[in-house]
Ligand binder design. Structure first.
Ligand SMILES: O=C[C@H](O)[C@@H](O)[C@H](O)CC(=O)O
Length: 271
């Protein structure tokens, strides 16, 4: 199996806390982005002390209460399934802070991390704060919920978005990359994809490849898998009959999302 592909685990951390994914700089080639997906049983509490990392806590499904040293945000979360296709609530917590997530109901939370030195205010990112964007045409249509886009100055290096791609469509297409620290032409952002499919037996194809094809992996991605994108183009194709969801975490030396389209396929945008 590709080193870029991670199957979901079910590691019981403590009573009521199950680790589904844990992508770190120690167990991946990523230097900027770290990612956890955690399931919480009702009443379970997950807490963490942040060093020089910032974290966006996303209420992927279910209801949670999030608190740090100063604030408490109660009853966050808007959906029991991501395929309700409504934005959800998140909380940004900066470096050198601690946070606690308590499950009000059965909940799945995404913990999206990136480097941070300058402590910023803790921020509730309500569902209604998410910018909803419709991208693409023809069979490249997708809907994007901008949870923590580069237009929001609340974070130092972290970007978080979620994307819905309907049956028979492609997203992150035409293929684009952001693996060069060369602004204003292109930014360098590592990326993770946490995928879900509806219905859940579905799969999508995701290719991660570079111009020189020194990296060229085409993966069959199933429900709850993670794809790691250290560099390269990273298009996603969704078969007929299925809806794709993915949560993206991006981070790099500069918090700007400036991608470069694969010149072989950019003509598609001109049609
Ligand atoms: O670079 C960002 C990620 O590849 C996705 O968020 C992508 O932009 C989604 C899309 O536009 O299809």
């Amino acid at each position: 199996m590709s080193k870029l592909l991670r199957k979901p685990g079910k590691t019981e951390m403590r009573d009521g806390i199950t680790l589904v994914h844990d992508v770190t700089s120690e167990n991946s080639s990523l230097e900027y982005v770290n990612f956890k997906m955690v399931d919480l049983a009702p009443g379970a509490t997950y807490s963490e002390e942040l060093g020089k990392q910032e974290c966006c806590i996303v209420a992927v499904t279910g209801k949670i209460t999030v608190s740090d040293k100063e604030f408490t945000f109660e009853n966050l979360g808007t959906r029991e399934s991501v395929f309700e296709k409504v934005p959800t609530d998140s909380v940004y917590v900066s470096n050198d802070n601690t946070f606690e997530v308590k499950a009000v109901s059965q909940a799945r939370i995404a913990l999206c991390y990136s480097p941070s030195e300058k402590q910023l205010p803790t921020k509730l990112i309500s569902a209604s704060d998410n910018g909803v964007e419709y991208r693409g045409k023809g069979n490249n249509k997708r809907m994007v919920h901008n949870i923590l886009p580069d237009s929001d100055p609340s974070a130092n290096s972290l970007l978080v978005v979620e994307v819905f791609t309907e049956s028979g469509n492609w997203s992150s297409y035409p293929p684009h990359k952001h693996d060069q620290d060369n602004l204003p032409e292109e930014s360098f952002l590592e990326e993770t994809y946490y995928h879900e499919m509806n219905p859940p037996q579905g799969f999508v194809f995701q290719r991660v490849y570079t111009d020189d094809r020194s990296l060229d992996e085409t993966m069959t991605v199933e429900n709850e898998y993670v794809v790691i994108v250290p560099v390269g183009y990273h298009p996603v194709g969704v078969p007929e009959g299925y809806t794709s969801y993915y949560l993206n975490v991006m981070a790099g030396p500069t918090r700007v999302w400036k991608f470069h389209n694969d010149p072989d396929h950019e003509w598609i945008l001109k049609g």
